[in-house]
Design a binder for this molecule. Structure first.
Ligand SMILES: Cc1cc2nc3c(=O)[nH]c(=O)nc-3n(C[C@H](O)[C@H](O)[C@H](O)COP(=O)(O)OP(=O)(O)OC[C@H]3O[C@@H](n4cnc5c(N)ncnc54)[C@H](O)[C@@H]3O)c2cc1C
Length: 297
């Protein structure tokens, strides 16, 4: 009943019992009990407050490029953040967390601003990139950050500004990783460069990515974090490349990726993860830590 009144919320669309596979890159997941798409920061915060007041479990997501939803779905509200307003002032960028990285790369290129081109080809919103401390080929997203505007889930009325050195950015982790914050806006510092050099770097990094990773297949990116071991190398050396369970497969192109061949279930992916870790443990007495985030029911 609560949700009938949501029609009154501006800049927000509400769906009941909707398939989560349509809201993540690996295209796996059962139904979310409630799903909101919010188009402004105001709408995002209103929906979060609404869920909080009505004691509904909720999770804000971007493109779902790092997520594995459960086959049973999500027994609460998924809030898809599509708030994408941005403003450039000289070499600084103020951008909403729901802006899509590839669009921001295009906007920067138009203005001869360098910084984001190393991340070309990575599916991400700006907010998701902050939470996960996105990085590629020795370049870190966090290096560009000046501060993050966010709200604690426990106090959605208080706007907080967190400076870069307080964001606890680490390898694919940050202060925001614990699901206790809602990120709304970020200030980035970029640098001016020659237009053609920026375009060359975009093409170079896109090529690096597409030639080494299964970017044309359904996945959630690298399954495991690097440690003293490089997961793709170990999986390859232990002969697990190409192993399939149900519709899930360890990519032949890059053994650090598990791909969905079209009809994979979250259980297939989780079983394949278990299979890899059992083998790695038996051979090397170590386990890999997940880089993707499994979202339970
Ligand atoms: C083909 C492919 C290649 C990839 N390559 C790379 C790579 O090279 N480097 C790399 O680092 N990653 C890579 N990834 C992983 C993925 O792109 C990143 O983790 C990305 O930053 C996820 O962004 P997202 O917007 O999809 O976030 P989501 O996956 O939607 O969410 C990630 C987490 O952030 C939280 N979150 C999202 N937005 C907010 C917000 N506004 N406030 C609070 N919490 C929020 C979510 O709740 C979730 O916990 C790849 C993925 C794919 C599919």
């Amino acid at each position: 009943m609560y949700f009938l009144s949501m029609n009154n919320f501006r800049d927000c669309i509400y769906y009941k019992n909707v398939d989560l596979k349509n809201f993540c890159t690996i295209k796996i997941g059962g139904k979310a009990k409630h799903l909101f798409i919010t188009y402004t920061t105001n709408a995002l915060l209103k929906v979060c407050s609404y869920c909080h007041i009505h004691n509904i479990k909720y999770k804000v997501i971007g493109l779902g490029a790092n997520l594995l939803f459960d086959d049973k779905g999500f027994n609460g509200a998924i809030i898809v953040n599509r708030s994408k307003h941005f403003l450039f002032k000289n070499n600084t960028l103020y951008v909403d967390s729901g802006a899509v990285l590839s669009n921001i790369i295009s906007e920067c290129t138009k203005r001869n601003l360098s910084g984001f081109e190393y991340f070309a080809g990575i599916p991400s919103t700006i907010g998701g990139g902050i939470v996960n401390s996105l990085g590629a080929f020795e370049h870190e997203f966090s290096n560009l950050v000046e501060y993050v505007i966010c709200y604690k889930k426990s106090n959605l009325k208080k706007r907080i500004k967190i400076k870069k050195n307080e964001c606890n950015f680490g390898y694919r982790t940050s202060l925001f990783k614990n699901n206790n914050y809602i990120i709304t806006r970020i200030k980035f510092n970029l640098s001016f460069d020659n237009h053609n050099s920026i375009i060359e770097r975009i093409n170079l990094f896109l090529k690096k990515k597409t030639s080494t990773q299964p970017t044309n297949k359904l996945s959630a990116g690298s399954i495991f974090k690097r440690s003293n071991l490089i997961p793709s190398k170990v999986i390859d050396e232990l002969g697990m490349k190409g192993k399939k369970i149900g519709g899930a497969e360890i990519s032949i192109k890059h053994a650090g990726f598990i791909i969905n061949n079209g009809n994979a279930k979250s259980k297939d992916v989780l079983d394949l993860i278990k299979y890899i870790n059992i083998n790695v443990f038996n051979q090397l007495n170590q386990k890999f830590e997940l880089e993707i985030e499994y979202v339970p029911f």
